[in-house]
Design a protein around this ligand. Structure first.
Ligand code: URA
Length: 441
């Protein structure tokens, strides 16, 4: 065995036995793997050791630093304090489509690299591509030029950023090594740090439709990410928010875009509006564009009321080659050929809407994908007509299933039907905001 191989085995064994690795040792693994010198089988063994043994804060910070160093790191200082947000993903989460334009309309440059949907989780880029022609593959040069010109950019991650994560994530995906706080936190935060924003508002979703199923693991992830951000000089806070039921009413790309536009017009669903106001205000305060939450909230509200948030979305769509007419006339967005309306068979209160089931139904309808790169149908999805805590009279609609004519349509309709839980007794509305983690001062 060569020296590199021997050393790598030692490091894997140490982690397997619960030991700690130094920053230099972690860097050896990350750079060796990224350059193809450490083979997949060794890196998978190491990732599994981390799943089983974990990493402490110092190791997690070192892992993140190495991942950032594997590629380009954008320097956005000439734009002032640039803000960004990140959600760990869920069902019906169209927050970026609303909050990014609102915050940019309040004068804070927003530079965001987003992802695509996978499994029951939707992706911002897919949603934005509901605007015909929207380009989600800007080069670094185009990214910077657009930020300069418009103060807002939302695109896919460029390949030069954190190549280590691209390789490691693909490996984790097929080796059962995704669920480790240190690996998830470093994966997310390395991309945020490399993308160059100065202030980042994180949202860890908690519940059946989220990556993190319970509050304790969500809190651990939130704390790990905030600690990494602080160690790297970012202003960062993290909200914990409910994903036991979908966010808002719409699930599916064009349907969600329609709801985002309605929200920018001041006609959004209550939970989405709350989240958007909260995240938007946090971004303005962290970015130092507002001194207090109260002032920041007032500015977000004004950007909704005076239409400047909607104008910013129009500008974003046009700048990235999309058809901005769809912002003003959402009836032009893709529409599914068939809408199945689900009606209550008896009068009852909605006790649950299983977010994962609704998300999986949307995948069956073609609105999401099971494998990376698979094509999707922008028009299909689910429109909830009621949320947890609402009463539905017999015969009233509680959901619409927008079908594209796929063989899975009938099963998807049944899945949406069975995602609803009912109760004869009054049901309390779900709490949306479940916690917040901020840097210690
Ligand atoms: N999202 C990421 O970007 N990385 C992970 O490891 C998990 C979710």
């Amino acid at each position: 065995m060569g020296d590199l191989m021997v050393r790598t085995v030692e490091l894997i064994e140490r982690k397997r036995d619960g030991g700690r690795l130094s920053a230099e040792e972690i860097d050896h693994l990350v750079q060796g793997f990224t350059r193809g010198k450490i083979p997949d089988y060794q890196m998978s063994a190491f990732a599994m050791a981390v799943v089983l043994r974990g990493m402490d804060a110092r190791e997690t910070a070192a892992l993140t630093t190495s991942m950032v160093a594997s590629g380009e790191r954008l320097d956005l200082r000439r734009f002032g304090r640039v803000v960004d947000k990140h959600s760990t993903g869920g069902v019906g989460d169209k927050t970026t489509l609303v909050v990014a334009p609102l915050v940019a309309a309040c004068g804070a440059p927003v530079a965001k690299m987003s992802g695509r949907g996978l499994g029951f989780s939707g992706g911002t880029l897919d949603k934005l591509e509901s605007f015909t022609g929207y380009r989600a593959d800007l080069t670094t040069r185009e990214f910077l030029a657009q930020l300069e010109r418009t103060g807002i950019v939302v695109t896919g991650q460029t390949s030069s950023l954190v190549p280590a994560d691209g390789r490691l994530y693909a490996l984790r995906d097929v080796t059962g090594t995704v669920p480790a706080i240190a690996l998830i936190a470093s994966s997310i935060m390395s991309k945020k740090i490399a993308a160059g924003a100065h202030a980042v508002v994180l949202d860890v979703k908690v519940g059946s439709g989220a990556f993190m199923k319970d509050r304790a693991s969500a809190l651990a992830l939130a704390r790990a990410m905030v600690a990494i951000g602080v160690a790297n000089g970012l202003a960062v806070t993290c909200e914990l928010t409910d994903m036991e039921q979908p966010l808002g009413f719409a699930v599916g790309n064009a349907l969600e875009v329609r709801e985002a536009i309605a929200t920018l017009r001041g006609e959004g669903p209550e939970d989405l509006v709350r989240l958007v106001r909260r995240a938007g205000a946090e971004m303005l305060v962290l970015g130092r564009y507002a001194r207090t939450q109260v002032v920041a909230l007032a500015r977000i509200d004004r950007a909704i009321a005076d239409g400047s948030g909607l104008a910013k979305l129009r500008q974003l769509v046009a700048a990235q080659g999309g058809d901005a007419r769809l912002v003003d006339d959402p009836t032009l967005l893709a529409k599914a050929p068939r809408v199945e309306v689900l009606r209550a068979s008896r009068t009852a209160n909605v006790a649950a809407i299983a977010a994962d089931e609704v998300g999986l139904a949307s995948v069956r309808l073609g609105a999401g994908r099971e494998t990376q790169g698979a094509p999707i149908d922008l028009a299909t999805g689910i429109l909830l007509r009621r949320k947890v805590g609402d009463r539905v009279e017999r015969g009233e609609p509680y959901a619409e299933v927008h079908c594209g004519g796929l063989p899975g349509d009938a099963a998807a309709i049944e899945q949406v039907r069975s995602a609803f839980g009912w109760s004869g007794a009054t049901v309390r509305r779900r709490r949306l905001l479940l916690g917040r983690v901020a840097a210690r001062r």
